[in-house]
Design a protein around this ligand. Structure first.
Ligand code: FES
Ligand SMILES: [Fe+2]
Length: 378
């Protein structure tokens, strides 16, 4: 199962909603206990879930050639992902098999990983190739002391990592081909917020707050509470139309194109979203640090123009700057102030209504997965 809506159908539905002043609505209302944003037991269970699902680690474009690597923590595990000489992306626990130092840091291109501590050296395939002063370790089995692999898979232009035995199978079957191999990465970013990762995740899952929270940033270009929501397996896609989509009304139905007329936000359960904006595409992976702190890891890729060539770099950068400094900052501020008020005892639970369909889907799936893993319920 994957996302199936075609452009003409989406545009028809958007015009119908605009004319009737309606939006895609969910069938259920969800009550999420506030304790689930604060409890350390719940947090630990969520970290375990993140290790037991295929979770995006980076775009394929972030590892463009043999030896390209990225090292960072994923669900609190230090991981290094690297493209091998055979073109295959592999990922390892980023800990030396001698005494555990990280063998890679940041990102770059390497021919081998040389541990900074005593220079044990590993190939791009993780094999231990060299121990300086080998005679000091007379009995060591070199083959048994390679970097410890985790599962890495490339799908739809993204690298997914699964650290532990998956809690459910087939999570990647619904992966759509969203990114083109021609889209290059032009920027990365990281920011940290004093907010639970789910509060940040929720900001990108509905358009019910466009007029209110984004009154001066997105609302002048966009529409309030007018969205298409498509559910596909665990994932969802939320389409936010721009006002300029009205221009398409004069164009024959079969010639209408969505490009530049909407923002498409794909939610990959549970902690990642990919936003296809006007001139760039942004992958955001939420790395939970504690129940009240989250690191957002951002990768930005250029979109392609009508002729299939990457848009001008300056155009992509301007697009990214606008989104980052206006709307996203407003979303982050909302998440931070909610976090600050969680202990106020004003709410025992938060209520997600019919206009927050993708969030209801997210919480239903999250609760079901944690139940399956035997996590305690709030
Ligand atoms: S800890 Fe890596 S070589 Fe000693
Ligand atoms: Fe927002």
């Amino acid at each position: 199962m994957t996302f199936t809506l075609n452009e003409a159908d989406v545009i028809d539905r958007i015009f119908a909603h605009m004319d009737a002043k309606t939006t895609d609505a969910g069938e259920r209302v969800w009550r999420e206990p506030v304790e689930n944003y604060r409890s350390i037991e719940r947090f630990n269970a969520e970290i375990e879930l993140l290790r037991r699902l295929p979770v995006p680690f980076c775009p394929s474009a972030a590892l463009p050639e043999a030896g390209s690597f990225i090292a960072r923590t994923a669900a609190q595990t230090p991981i290094v992902a690297v493209r091998g000489d055979d073109g295959v992306v592999r990922a390892f626990r980023n800990a030396c098999r001698h005494r555990g130092m990280a063998v890679a840091s940041g990102s770059g291109c390497a021919r081998a990983f040389v541990c900074p501590y005593h220079a044990w050296t590993y190939g791009l395939d993780g094999n231990l190739k060299h121990i300086p002063g080998r005679e000091g370790f007379p009995d060591i089995d070199m083959k048994a002391h390679g970097l410890v692999p985790v599962t890495a898979e490339e799908r739809g232009g993204l690298v997914f990592i699964t650290q532990e035995t998956p809690v459910s199978n087939g999570a990647l079957d619904a992966m759509p081909e969203i990114l083109s191999p021609l889209q290059d990465m032009f920027a990365t970013d990281e920011y940290s917020d004093a907010a639970n990762w789910k509060l940040i995740a929720e900001t990108s899952m509905e358009g019910y707050h466009i007029k209110s929270l984004h009154n001066r940033s997105f609302y002048p270009y966009g529409l309030d509470n007018t969205n298409i929501v498509e559910i596909s397996g665990l994932n969802s896609r939320i389409i936010f139309p721009f006002r300029r989509i009205n221009k398409l009304r004069d164009i024959p139905r079969e010639k209408r194109r969505m490009s530049g007329m909407t923002t498409d936000v794909f939610q990959f359960f549970p902690n990642t979203h990919l936003s296809v904006l006007s001139n760039h595409t942004q992958l955001v992976i939420l790395e939970p640090i504690s129940p009240s702190e989250t690191l957002s890891i951002v990768y930005r890729l250029r979109n392609l123009d009508a002729n299939g060539a990457p848009v001008d770099l300056e155009v992509a950068r301007r697009d990214a700057g606008f989104v980052k400094n206006s709307g996203i900052e407003e979303d982050r501020e909302a998440a931070r102030t909610i976090q600050a008020g969680l202990g106020s005892k004003a709410n025992s639970h938060f209520t997600f209504g019919h206009y927050e369909k993708a969030i209801v889907h997210f919480h239903e799936n999250l609760a079901a997965h944690l139940r399956r893993m035997g996590a305690p319920a709030a």
